[in-house]
Design a protein around this ligand. Structure first.
Ligand SMILES: NC(=O)c1ccc[n+]([C@@H]2O[C@H](COP(=O)([O-])OP(=O)(O)OC[C@H]3O[C@@H](n4cnc5c(N)ncnc54)[C@H](OP(=O)(O)O)[C@@H]3O)[C@@H](O)[C@H]2O)c1
Length: 295
């Protein structure tokens, strides 16, 4: 059985590979090469966003691969400044053009709020944005809808007010920041959590130098990063690691020949909080703007 046979089922009955590839790649100019290598390695689930400016590379790499479009799951997201009744369609058409595709598999709201914690209008904004995205599903341009950085109160607003259930919610998730409340809410509502920064971006000491992770890596003859990925999958969370080195792209798929015990998963779930990236969906709205030249 190859790793591509390992799947999670989504709430619409469709299946997706249990691991994907993240294309957020700030520090790396040559985005096409790693995506090409990821496709060659066998990844078929790709995460993107208008903010990342990698949609064009992803689209080109998929087109050039010669592999049928239907074999891929492509997700992309609209950014904070693209939300709202008038923003969605414009943002989506631009994403589709950059992706060079005629549909997107999972279209997501990147962040639940445009402004800070005292803003009460976020509920209305999310509903308006999501309702516009539902129209894209009805028109056949989007297969499924998803959310990103939505905590239980944000998710519940969508579930109570919208018609098409989101299939996924993307959350920062790794040992030391496994967002148990948000993951539990997703599981109770049959929404698949996706782990962004599943490797904690490789931050020193907390992840790399962590004693528990080090011990497990030694026990299973794996790297700490491979333990992190296994942890996500065993929690039912789909990790989308980003790797630009060929070695890492391949290593992140070599995680299906061992299993963590139930106790080990609990231990990692209860690790002291660390390596949180520091952006809280309600309190730390990213100040980045989408790039008007990204066309
Ligand atoms: N929804 C959101 O708000 C949001 C936010 C952040 C990220 N994301 C998504 O999540 C994806 C992944 O998150 P991330 O990029 O922040 O961080 P990450 O996947 O946790 O970590 C990436 C880092 O880990 C290294 N790495 C990868 N595999 C490794 C291995 N086997 N051994 C050692 N090091 C390894 C990479 O190095 P090399 O590149 O040198 O190989 C890179 O420095 C993003 O690309 C993006 O698609 C979403």
């Amino acid at each position: 059985m190859s790793f591509t046979d390992k799947v999670f089922t989504l709430n619409d009955g469709s299946t997706v590979p249990v691991i994907g590839y993240g294309t957020y790649n700030e520090e790396f100019a040559d985005n096409l090469r790693p995506i090409r290598e990821a496709i060659e390695a066998g990844y078929r689930f790709f995460d993107s966003a208008s903010l990342y400016e990698t949609e064009k590379y992803l689209g080109t790499a998929i087109k050039e691969s010669g592999i049928p479009r239907e074999d891929f799951i492509v997700e992309t997201k609209l950014w904070i400044d693209e939300m709202g009744k008038d923003g969605v369609r414009k943002a989506f058409e631009k994403s589709l053009k950059r992706l060079q595709m005629d549909y997107v598999d999972i279209y997501m709201i990147h962040w639940p709020r445009q402004t800070g914690a005292m803003d009460e209008d976020w509920k209305k904004l999310d509903i308006e944005t999501y309702s516009e995205m539902e129209k894209l599903v009805r028109e056949g341009k989007v297969r499924r809808l998803g959310l990103s950085n939505f905590l239980p109160h944000h998710l519940n607003n969508i579930l109570e007010n919208c018609e098409i259930k989101p299939v996924v919610d993307q959350l920062e998730f790794h040992p030391g920041y496994s967002q148990e409340a948000a993951v539990a809410f997703c599981m109770e509502n049959n929404i698949r959590p996706i782990a962004w920064s599943p490797l904690g971006r490789g931050r020193e000491n907390a992840i790399i130098g962590n004693a528990i992770l080090g011990k497990l890596a030694e026990k299973y003859g794996k790297s700490i990063q491979q333990i992190n990925l296994r942890f996500a999958i065993e929690k039912g969370v789909l990790p989308i690691p980003k790797a630009t080195s060929r070695e890492h792209i391949l290593a992140n798929l070599e995680i299906f020949d061992f299993e963590l015990t139930r106790d080990e998963v609990w231990m990692l779930s209860a690790m002291p909080q660390n390596t949180w990236l520091g952006e809280h969906p309600d309190f730390d709205i990213p100040s980045k703007k989408s790039n008007p030249d990204n066309i």
